[in-house]
Design a protein around this ligand. Sequence first.
Ligand code: UD1
Length: 368
Amino acid sequence: MKIIHVAGARPNFMKLAPILRALQAYPEIHNILLHTGQHYDVNMSDVFFDDLKLPRPDVNLGVGSGSHALQTAEIMQRFEQVMLSERPDLVLVVGDVNSTLACSLVAAKLHTPIAHVEAGVRSFDRSMPEEINRLVTDVLSDLLFTPSRHATENLRRQGIPEEKIYFVGNVMVDSLLDALPIASEQRSWEKWGLTPENYAVLTLHRASNVDDPANLRQILSTLAEVSRRLPVIFPVHPRTRQRIQESNLGGITRASPGLILCEPLGYLDFLCLIANARCVLTDSGGIQAETTILGVPCLTLRRNTEWLETIEQGTNHLVGTDQAHILQVLDEILAQGKTTPQRPEGWDGRAGARIAEILHRRAQILAR
Ligand code: UD1
């Protein structure tokens, strides 16, 4: 069985790594790693291949950035050529980025089965491009690997046939547990003269938070306030850096010495920083899950989440973007001790192995 595994953007790499590693146990499966090139900066892409010990991509489509329609169409055109020459038996996509959607559409139209890893995850907010990508990819997929019982339930409610759904757990957690011992030795906080538990980490890149200058101004002002309580390390996503420049908001960050801006970090450096942080502020999806496993309080700067289990476990707080509310929750968190690490069902470091086993069984059926 020949599988094309699709990666495109930063959050894809830590999801694919454990699957490719687990598939090494099944030599009858021929794996092709394809990078669409949606993310291309060294610190948004290459560094993750090193940190996660991912093999170099066999194919790189080199699409780069563009509007949603342009980027999706460009990936589709280039991926179709690869599909026609490789003729795989299955295309495996992960997560919810434009590359996930684009490659699923091409595979479906060429009648090639699709496996979707992280199927069924929903924010129920269609203003998020990722929600559209998830909905369409799930409808087109033949094997839907879910990270949680909530995700499985979402697929059932959507009418996806039971025999297509496999609850396998959270692959991101496989990467985290695997890398944690090495990441812990990095002492990344030292670069800024900080000590564990005495700083916060911030990430911000969601279109709804950074694309509107008024929103971005309000959020940055709030973060400046946060940085008066404790230092905040802020690895800035290229999209956010661009928006800060375009909207002339650099003054807010320059006037806040506690808000420490830096380039995007690699997987190990970032993991080391969040594992030792007093708290994390983020609008990312994956970081909500990672902080749950690490037992680090997380303030999610959004009105909704696709990771309900992180709220149920008590580590994640949906705070939106209202300054007074964010500061109130932050003060409560700073007054409390560290939260206990939580392991929702299937977040155990074995999700990649469960996926590989299911793919192996499919390969056996194909070979008959
Ligand atoms: C994408 C995903 C988002 C994910 C995020 C993680 C979609 C719709 N969005 O958002 O779900 O959470 O990745 O990072 O797929 N840029 C660079 N260098 C790069 C990549 C991007 O400078 O290597 C800049 C470009 O100006 C680009 C902008 O960032 O236009 C946005 O990149 P894009 O891939 O469109 O979306 P992200 O915001 O990264």
